[in-house]
Design a protein. Sequence first.
Length: 435
Amino acid sequence: MGLKVAIAGGGASHTPGIILTLLNHKEFPVDEIRLYDNDSVQNDDMYLIVKTILAKKKLDVVLIKTEDPAVAFSGIDYIFSQLRVGKMQMREKDEKIPLAHDVVGQETCGLGGFAYGLRSMKGFVELIGYVQQYAPNAWVLNYTNPESIIAECVRRAYPKAKIINACDMTIAIEELLCKSFGYNRDNWVPVYYGLNHFGWYHSIYDIELKRDVMPEIIQKMQTQGVNTEGMEPSWAHTYNNMCMITKHFPNNIPNNYLQYYLYPNRMVAESDKNYTRANEIMDGRLKTIKEAVRAIKAGDPDAADGFASTEHGKYIVDIAASILHNKNDRFMLIVPNKGAIPNLRQDAVVEVPCHVNATGAEPISLRFDIPDFHKGIMEAQVAAEKMLVDAFFEQSYQKAFEAFALNQTIPNADVAKTVLDELLVANKDFWVNLH
Ligand code: G6P
Ligand code: MN
């Protein structure tokens, strides 16, 4: 018998890629998929696309769409969560409001990430509450952003929840490095540490080559750069910046998102304050979906052919398969530190290699101390994120303000307050009341 899988945030644009991956995966038999979303229009669109894909492939999978958590989760085995509270319209504000004040405006980093965090925590805690009510034994595989904040929040609200928090960024970086320089990721044992979207590689042992390949890769990043062929310009720019960082900080391969914390000045200068990533996505993949829906409704089922299985989807299904078959495969996951990074505060939520089996994620201790440079900026980031989570639970304006002021993309408390107050107005329908 197959598994029952729910996608929370089913109306999102990544859904077809995830479902195609699910259906192609050899170790994860699925016979029912439920799309759960509070936006019935987007969910209807996604239902139509997925239904068409299933019919064309003649796959016998039950497909349900619903706005009712009882229908979505009762009897479910796995929940893949990709909520985006406030959708692209609010992402646009997260990006543009800080930028208007000459500070980083980004989906998960800087004050935009904190604004999104305050929205996301509210929606996500509600979701996990429903899961506890209707499917307490189901596993939640979460990639709802901003993930460090979400992970910290959920462990406070539901410490026993069966949840794995995962981000595809390290996989995407590794795939890119392999494609650029001719390595095979299946042979790699990477050691990476940090917070989500805020970390570094320590080493990448290659079992075929029998050596740590990170030093030679850093040299190639510095001299040749990575292969950005076929990428959207904004992602190409990001990966070029990742290479630039290795010139200034040559000891480690950084997570690309560190560009926002190490070079906020450049990121602001290079941004178009009137046209941000949210605009690119609304004009790009969201339009593609609307066009596909229109064509299918007009009688052209082939319009569903353009969607493909994605790396993003594969990662999450591989994790689910490792739980299901107790495989102990290794992934970078977002977990309570508890000694994994020995010299970082124990109550931080960190991203480190973990084995995944039927009991969930088992973090692998680094067994070395991280350098003070990394430790220092991580500690500040952890403290800021924790204060934001405090602000959410305590409904404290003061805590939110301190979190904003501590954010390392922010030069002074004046700008922190100005941006907080503007974001507060923009988010009045989404944030808890702060007083
Ligand atoms: C990566 C990150 C995600 C992030 C996404 C943004 O996949 O790991 O956390 O949401 O990039 O991509 P986008 O195409 O939406 O800008
Ligand atoms: Mn991510």
